[in-house]
Design a protein around this ligand. Structure first.
Ligand code: GLN
Ligand code: ZN
Length: 764
């Protein structure tokens, strides 16, 4: 009999209850006991939601982050918070975000002041961010299983068939950072006895199975790390529980034999991304191990094709019998909770979707079909098939004109008319910019008035004309301020945009928006990715009116401001019925039309933001090239239809370009602006070594901080930059957009920036 189980459930709550509770606790409005009670209530509800499963994850709930939970479980806290007084939940928040609740911030007895927040980084290729474990050569581990045991007891009291879930030792080490550059792997020896102790403790608590997550098995591992797997699981072989090693987010490929040979009771693999690998895995697995197949996509929001899954899985079930389990491909942390919360979603689109709760329903149907035969779930399968067929045939999904336009794409489409050197001299003549030209990245402060006007408009309390006027007034304010500051290339300030992806998604055909489709990004922060469901087209111009209005207010060049296709794609839920690259090309064609319309309207500097290009890199380096090829091609198609005089800018919110610099150069933007102020221009090295051919604006103003950079500081940074990039190709600009800052900070900072540019020109 096939078992069904789940790897993890979204913890934030269908109405983001956890987010609101956390934020109110941090503000000092909610008590610690109330917060803890809400946590227990959410756990209870989420276990009820998973009724009928043979095993349910326990330990997937977290008040902030599951990796930070692991650090507490293993007693690995950064030195700067050791010896903290007070409640452990408050210490936990201090490690996570530098402080706990308001009023509880007295550090006089421990660290004497504030404490640095933990570093955050992306959880594999998801948009979830974890707190990076910190190691040194002296790191010691000690078990503190109290919270896990408490949750286990709660689950037991509720009659839940609990399967504790923990992060495996090798992945835990791989995710962390050695602060002193020591070899993290040397810590394995110290770490394993603590894991053994933990697993024995769980055995004593009556646990049969433990899910031990080792997702780094889907990445490239060198010999040392492969050996670490062997050592680790050899040593954990005789603990008193059965281990299910869980891998997800990709293919095992060359690690398949290693994964299959670990001396554990079961292995979970991602049968969405690695279906082809399953066949060979079956041969490698031996005849006593459980194989858990992740057959429901835990990363997307589409209904599964249940009949197709059964066609594929039934023969495997026959072969493995009780040794086959099925589950979602990964934890459901990465999808919204409940489709039924949606009141406004288009009925057609809604009928094609499945959020976490609906995905569990699909799992139950599959389980029943495998146990009792398909007839037992005839109605469910028929309904599923009808929805899938409707989606496949929907004219809202298929737009033959878009498909034809994509088919017509040829290499010429992505090519500028002339090479950079020729364009540059035409642009210089046309734009008449000084040396070290100054500009900003797009947004100006999103004031409370702007946000109020937008929410009043959305709620129908402000009419369209009044809203437009309010936004025009904001644009005018931004333009006037920039003229006063003496900036060279101006921006309209993005007052009318709520979000750089949503703004475009709302105006493109092929996109839908949920009300409650929130996914945790980090801590209490959630994002609500737009849903790209159909062929993409642009019914009308999206930004031209705003930009031309802004241009009408000034003689200086006004920069048109767009979000690029790769970023729109990477920050959306995307289609599962065509490759990402195909959706990206459709987006590219739509944004290209906008670029050309802007140019026609007299806008001759156009910035196309690709903030998320790097984020889309595949987990395995061997797959980078193919991603970069289509991502760069999509950008080129978007940008490069313009005439030589039109200057294309792009912007990226990071500065690690070492490993992708050739692709960045391949985009052939005339100007690229990047984030460099905090790294002291050291990261410009990539541009120096590669001899990046076009213009660069290395950020000189850290927009994440309320600090105002001084004129001298900016001059110094630019001089450092000029050691690496010829001065005639340098721009002077902030790291990123200014929407999260106040005008009172922005004005002095930009005043210093413009003054610094004058000093640089004088000394050039
Ligand atoms: N143009 C955008 C802004 O200034 C860019 C934001 C980003 O790169 N994340 O807000
Ligand atoms: Zn940015």
């Amino acid at each position: 009999m096939t078992m069904i189980h789940n790897l993890g459930f979204p913890r934030i709550g269908a109405k983001r209850e956890l987010k609101f509770a956390l934020e109110s606790y941090w503000k000092g409005d909610m008590s610690r006991d109330e917060l803890k009670a809400l946590g227990a209530q959410l756990r209870q509800r989420h276990w009820e939601n998973q009724a009928g499963l043979d095993l349910v994850a326990v330990g997937d709930f977290s008040f902030y982050d599951q990796v930070l939970d692991a650090s507490f479980l293993l007693g690995n806290l950064p030195e700067r918070v050791q010896g903290f007084q007070g409640d452990e939940l408050d210490n936990y928040f201090r490690v996570a975000r530098g402080r706990s609740a308001k009023g509880l911030e007295d550090h006089s007895a421990c660290c004497g002041g504030g404490v640095a927040a933990g570093e955050m980084t992306k959880w594999f290729d998801t948009n979830y961010h974890y707190i990076v474990p910190e190691f040194t050569a002296d790191t010691q581990f000690t078990l503190d299983a109290s919270r896990l045991l408490e949750q286990l007891a709660e689950a037991k009291a509720q009659g839940v068939k609990a399967k504790p879930v923990i992060i495996g030792p090798v992945t835990y080490l791989a995710l962390g950072k050695a602060k002193d550059e020591s070899n993290k792997l040397a810590l394995l020896e110290r770490l394993l006895p603590v894991y053994a102790q933990l697993l024995d403790t769980l055995a004593k608590a009556g646990v049969e199975w433990v899910q031990i997550d080792e997702p780094i098995l889907v990445t490239e591992l060198d010999a040392e790390w492969q050996q670490a797997f062997k050592t680790a699981y050899q040593q954990l072989k005789s603990v008193g529980v059965k281990l299910l090693v869980a891998t997800y987010f990709g293919e095992l490929l060359e690690n398949a034999a290693l994964a299959a040979s670990l001396p554990v009771a079961g292995l979970h693999v991602d049968a969405i991304n690695d279906r082809d690998g399953v066949e060979s895995l079956l041969k490698l697995l031996g005849d006593d191990k459980v194989l858990s197949l992740g057959v429901i996509n835990g990363r997307n929001i589409w209904k599964a094709d249940l009949t197709a899954v059964l066609d594929w899985v039934e023969p495997i079930a026959k072969q493995l019998g009780e040794r086959l389990w099925i589950a979602p491909s990964c934890s459901l942390l990465h999808v919204p909770v409940d489709l039924n919360s949606e009141q406004k979603l288009d009925a057609d689109v809604k009928s094609w979707l499945a959020f976490a709760l609906q995905k569990l329903d699909e799992l139950r149907v599959l389980g029943k079909a495998l146990r009792e035969g398909r007839d037992a779930v005839k109605a469910e399968l028929a309904e599923n098939l009808a929805a899938l067929t409707a989606r496949r045939n929907s004219p809202r999904v298929n737009n033959p004109a878009v498909k034809a336009a994509v088919a017509r794409i040829n290499a010429e489409l992505g090519k500028r008319k002339s090479v950079y050197a020729q364009r540059a001299s035409k642009q210089a003549e046309f734009l008449k910019l000084p040396a070290f030209p100054t500009t900003t990245i797009g947004s100006f402060p999103q004031t409370t008035e702007i946000r109020r006007a937008r929410s009043e408009f959305k709620a129908g309390r402000l009419d369209e004309a009044s809203y437009q006027n309010a936004m025009r007034a904001e644009i005018e304010r931004s333009v006037r301020e920039q003229e006063k500051l003496g900036l060279d290339v101006l921006v309209h300030g993005e007052a009318e945009r709520n979000d750089m992806v949503e703004y475009f998604g709302e105006q493109l055909d092929g996109y839908a928006f949920s009300q409650f489709g929130w996914v945790q990004s980090y801590g209490s922060r959630c994002v609500k990715p737009p849903i790209l469901f159909g062929d993409i087209s642009r019914p009308q111009a999206m930004t031209v009116e705003w930009i031309t209005y802004a241009q009408s207010l000034t003689q200086k060049p006004m920069k048109g401001m767009l979000t690029g296709p790769v970023t729109i794609l990477n920050w959306s839920f995307v289609r599962d019925d065509q490759p990402r690259s195909a959706s990206c090309l459709q987006l590219a064609l739509a944004i290209r039309e906008e670029v050309l319309d802007l140019e026609k309207a007299g806008v001759h500097v156009i910035q196309i933001d690709e903030a998320a290009l790097r984020e889309g890199l595949p987990l395995r380096k061997s797959q980078w090239k193919s991603y970069l090829d289509w991502a760069v091609e999509s950008f080129r198609i978007t940008a490069n239809g313009v005439g030589d005089e039109t200057q294309i800018h792009t912007h990226m919110c990071y500065s690690e370009f070492n490993d992708i610099i050739a692709s960045i150069a391949g985009m052939d933007a005339d100007v690229i602006t990047i984030e460099t102020s905090r790294s002291d221009m050291e990261l410009l090295e990539a541009f120096e070594n590669f001899q990046y051919p076009n213009e660069i604006g290395p950020g000189v103003y850290d927009i994440h901080s309320p600090n105002i950079p001084t004129e001298q500081h900016i001059v110094d940074l630019m001089k450092k930059a000029a050691e690496r990039v010829p001065a005639e190709r340098l721009w002077v600009n902030p790291d990123c957009g200014l929407k999260t800052r106040q005008w009172a900070e922005v004005i002095p900072a930009l005043t210093n920036m413009v003054a610094a540019a004058k000093v640089l020109r004088a000394s050039a």
